[in-house]
Structures are given as C-alpha cells and as structure tokens.
Ligand binder design. Structure first.
Ligand code: SF4
Length: 330
C-alpha cells in the first residue's frame, strides 16, 4: 500500500505569557491509503495536538508548528495557505471529536447540518442531489429518515455520534481523524459505532488515525499502532507486532501491564509509576527515564534514536545497544 500521510520530525508548541509547552517533539508517523492507525498514549501525550496540527487547527496565537512536515498525498500541509486549508478540511480530511454535543450545532436540525458540509465542499451537486446524498448518509449510519428533522437534543448519545460520523464522511474524505470517538458512549453503543466506522472506512478506502487510550479498541480496529509519550512516538508497528511481539519499549510494557488479563491469575496490576513529565519542563535525554524501571545513565543524558526492524520501530537505548537494528533519525 502507498503512504498517504507522512509526518516527519514534527515539533509543535503552545505559548503562554509564562511558559512554552512542548507538546509534540520530533514526531514521525505514516499512514497508508485505507489503513487504520491506532495512536495510543496517556492524556497529555500529544495525540490530539498531532491531529489538530494535521488539520492546522491549533489554537490561534497560542499554538505553533515550529518544525517538520506533514505530507498529505505529497502536499505539505504546513506550507499551504489558510484558504487552501479551508478547502481541505471536511473534504480531504475530516475529524470526529470525542463529544458529539460539542461538534453539533444544537439550534440546527441534523439533516441541515449534513447538508451544510455538502453545500460548502460539493458545489458540483444540485439541490436535489444534496438532499439525496443526505438521505444516503443517514441510511449509511443507520438513522431513519424521519429523524432528519430532529434537533441534536432529541437524539441519544450514540445517534448523535452517528450524525457526526455522517458529517465527517459526507465528502468521502481520504483521511479521517477520530479522536476518542466512542469514549462518551456506553459500552454496547461503542461497539456498534466502531463496527459501523470500520465498515464505512473499508467501503470508502479511507485512511484513519484512531486516537484512543483503549488498547482493546486498537486490537479490534487497527492495522498498525503508534505508541506516543511526551510528544514522541516511542514504538510503532503492525498490530500483531505490538500485541504479539516479545520486544517492546518499556512504556508499552507498562501500558499493557496496566490492563487486567482475565486469562492470568494476578493479584495486582503493574501500573506505570509516576506521572507524565511537565511538557513545559521535559527532562533531558529519554523523556520516560524518570518512570522507567530499566533506565541507565545514558538515558538521562542522550535521547535514543529510532531503531527499526522491518515495520517495527522502538525508540529506546536498550534496543540500540542490543539489537543493532537499522537506526534512523541520527
Ligand atoms: Fe527506559 Fe532508557 Fe529506554 Fe528510555 S531509553 S525507555 S529510560 S531504557
């Protein structure tokens, strides 16, 4: 499969009167056409900032892309004009946010909200075709056409998120950014919405970045996984490499150790000790060393490079010493 999105050495920061917050620090990532990448990490790892950078929707004046490139089908999104970006958003790239209520306008009927996206981006469609497309989209996400005249508050949480998904897919985007799309929903609805998203994505061959902290959701829905910590990807690979492989970044080991395993008799989980470092005051060397049970002296002074073996990448000094794999990022 061809690379569709390639992010290289991305650095993003937020600036306040008192400090600079380094939210993304040299992030490398790629997604192929039709692929689903799970972007996993704790709150504050920089997952949402990465998605907002792709859409160039960082908070005005406070957020900035300081370095790096975001290539979408060969076009560097860090360099295109705001006018051009407005055309790209909703057309080539769409985003589904965590809370459907913040994405929908509570004063506009849901059918009209889907219509609006089509009117902005699909000027080739006539009035009748727009209405037909709205009906098709509603059917696609499993909402009966009688509900078209409803306002968002008249729908359940799951239905509202389906409307958000219909809006996101209205123009058949080539890249879908889904930021915790089911966290606000209850468990049974979560499974339904994720199944529906998977089916629609396959039908439209959309590439997707699924942002989540739920490794179960990743296992069932993703082709590849990128583990993010303190604004960097510390491990990435095919879903089998991350879930079934034996060699992992100590942070990945900690994430898996924090999940209850029903097949094993364990008295206690082994969570990751400590907290994510303050992004305004990151430690020198590997950002994980204050929490890492395997930290060595070098970890406190020198940032590890990416070590790759095939599609599997780990950014840790342990592997640079032991594996002698193909190093990148030097
Ligand atoms: Fe731990 Fe060192 Fe690897 Fe960082 S580089 S994860 S501190 S062993």
């Amino acid at each position: 499969m061809e690379e569709f999105l390639t992010i290289q050495d991305l650095h993003v920061s937020y600036h306040t009167a008192d400090e600079t917050v380094y939210a993304v620090n040299g992030l490398n990532l790629s997604v192929k056409k039709g692929e689903t990448l799970g972007l996993v990490g704790e709150t504050g790892a920089g997952k949402t900032t990465t998605a907002l950078s792709i859409l160039r929707l960082l908070p005005f004046k406070f957020g900035s892309i300081d370095k790096g490139s975001i290539l979408l089908d060969g076009m560097d999104l860090t360099k295109v004009s705001e006018k051009e970006m407005r055309k790209i958003r909703g057309d080539k790239i769409s985003m589904i946010f965590q809370d459907p209520m913040t994405s929908l306008n509570s004063t506009i009927k849901i059918g009209k909200q889907i219509e609006e996206v089509l009117k902005i981006h699909r000027k080739d469609l006539g009035k009748k075709e727009v209405i037909e497309r709205v009906d098709t989209l509603l059917k696609l996400v499993g909402i009966s056409l009688e509900r078209k005249e409803d306002y968002p508050h008249q729908l359940s949480g799951g239905m509202k998120q389906r409307v958000v998904i219909a809006i996101a897919l209205a123009c058949e985007p080539k890249l879908l950014l889904a930021d915790e799309p089911t966290t606000a929903l209850d468990v049974t609805i979560q499974a339904q919405v994720l199944n529906m998203m998977r089916e629609l994505k396959n039908k439209l061959n959309t590439a997707m970045i699924l942002i989540t902290h739920d490794l179960g959701v990743v296992a069932e829905n993703c082709d590849s996984v990128a583990i993010m910590y303190a604004g960097e990807i510390v491990e990435s690979g095919a879903v089998e490499e991350i879930f079934e492989g034996t060699e992992h970044h100590p942070y990945t080991v900690g994430l898996f150790g924090s999940i209850p395993d029903m097949s094993k008799k364990t008295r206690r989980l082994s969570p990751i000790n400590g907290m994510m470092p303050n992004p305004a005051d990151l430690p020198p060397g590997c950002p994980f060393w204050p929490r890492c049970p395997k930290a060595k002296d070098i970890c406190k002074q020198q940032k590890p490079n990416e070590v790759r073996q095939g599609s599997h990448m780990i950014k840790c000094h342990l592997y640079q010493d032991a594996k002698g794999g193909e190093e990148a990022g030097k």
